[in-house]
Design a protein around this ligand. Structure first.
Ligand SMILES: [Zn+2]
Length: 171
């Protein structure tokens, strides 16, 4: 029995192994020659990126059309990278946004916290405090008939704020 190429809408025979996860675990899918070539090209595309570039790439508006957060498993992480890999994406690292992103020198945790609070990466502590007050008012359960959804959101915001207080707040 021959195995068919795993690429979408391809029905050639799949004879080439393509790893499913970036950590080179044993999981793989079989592709035909044409598609293994495309696969390898994309794979190399990420090999040249450093962690900061990959993080920016994932979070970039250009990649996602909106900012994303909270990918946790490596499988999900890699799928995200994979699904968004396009030839011209290196141009995003020439953008002024990426230069700002690099300049800030924040940890991933701080950046996530700023994302949660919907703040820019260059936000000053005063700005963060002000935003926190606004968000607390907005999501306070008393104002939202005790909605569980808003309560969780407020919890996240409070954790993010506590994190930023330890780092940016002390500068
Ligand atoms: Zn194929």
């Amino acid at each position: 029995m021959k195995i068919i190429c795993d690429w979408d809408n391809c029905n050639k025979v799949g004879s080439y192994k393509a790893p499913i996860e970036k950590d080179n675990s044993r999981k793989f899918r079989l592709l035909c020659l044409e598609h293994i070539k495309i696969f390898n090209k994309k794979w190399n595309y990420f090999a040249d990126m450093d962690n900061q570039q990959i993080e920016y790439f994932i979070k970039s508006d250009l990649t996602w059309h909106k900012t994303t957060k909270g990918f946790s498993s490596s499988e999900n992480f890699f799928n995200i990278l994979w699904n968004n890999a396009l030839e011209d994406k290196l141009n995003i690292f020439k953008s002024s946004n990426f230069k700002d992103f690099k300049k800030t020198n924040l940890t991933t945790t701080d950046r996530d916290a700023l994302d949660i609070m919907d703040l820019k990466y260059d936000a000053k502590w005063e700005e963060i405090q002000k935003k926190f007050k606004t968000l607390v008012k907005k999501y306070h359960p008393d104002k939202n008939l005790g909605s569980k959804k808003f309560e969780d959101k407020l919890k996240k915001i409070t954790l993010a704020y506590s994190q930023l207080k330890l780092t940016i707040g002390k500068k």
